[in-house]
Design a protein around this ligand. Sequence first.
Ligand code: AMP
Ligand code: MG
Length: 355
Amino acid sequence: MTAKQRNTVYQHVSVAGPEPEIIGRAGPVLREGGLVAFPTETVYGLGANALDAGAVGEIFTAKNRPADNPLIVHLERKEQVYNVALKINRTAEKLMSAFCPGPLTLVLPGRSNLPVEVTAGLNTVAVRIPDHPVALALFREAGVPVAAPSANLSGRPSPTTGEHVLEDLKGKVDMILDSGPVGVGVESTVVDVTGDIPLILRPGGVTPRQIEETVGSVELAPGAAGNYECAGGKPLSPGLKHKHYAPSVPMFLVEGITENAVKVIMKFICEYKEKGKDVGVLSPEESAHRYSNAKVVEYGSKKDPASMAVGLYSALREIDSLGVDIILAEGIGSEEIELAVMDRLRRAADKVIKI
Ligand code: AMP
Ligand code: MG
């Protein structure tokens, strides 16, 4: 189905004090079945009234998103979780106290009132409270739970600025609220808390160690970090294998000890240059100067891992716009927030080279 043409209102909003007049216009659009893109601390989201099946369906059309991928339901306050979830066990309660609001999504037993468009027919629901004044003001004004994936076209890097949203969704949504660059840069950590031990389905802004410190244990679902080998070559759920965030030209990711990775990338650059190809390199700040024969885009400093998360999606968009023939990406470690960064890079890559 093609997305219906909409007159997109693009509106700057203050993070420090979201203007009541602007929020007062956006809330009813959301409540009454429209599509509103809004900032969160992770990435920008594209919201619809989660109780309105038609409106939620329009999200899939606007993004060209596969229908078998369920959406996260966004709430303003913890008490509202019972409007969409059936029960919350002790583990979920502890995680909610520690990380809501925050970059954590909890998968809980879902209520049957939720449209199939939200849950993809599962008997669970994914719930999050974003830690962002504009998102929370919008939800308060709308007065409904808000189903929202990231506000990008499916397959494109997630948006970390309002301009990214405009690039992808102009004419496809009713309103875009822009309050500048986001703080975290990668999506929320999705954790299944229907059992006793929390299971990370997608690494994100809250790290495995933070979860472990809160509830005593945590497991990473096979394949959840974009590492298909640890799922025996097979993904645990089909969604884990969906190719995401991909640039429009082939990308090779080189993972391993930095010095070796740099040498492998330099060798690739020489080989491609000899064939007359234009090469782009996605590099941590620290190695950027080594790739003198390529167009280099930095995605943050290894000394400050949070900066790599913040810079990743912008860097992917930028390197994709340079018109190179091939992209080589230098990987980083897989501890803490780097796990989420590497997950996204592995999913974006056509080939992962481990050295
Ligand atoms: P996004 O496209 O960034 O909104 O991603 C939402 C993520 O949450 C996807 O990876 C979904 O597969 C996942 N998700 C949403 N609802 C559920 C659910 N009920 N069970 C498991 N994963 C879910
Ligand atoms: Mg997304």
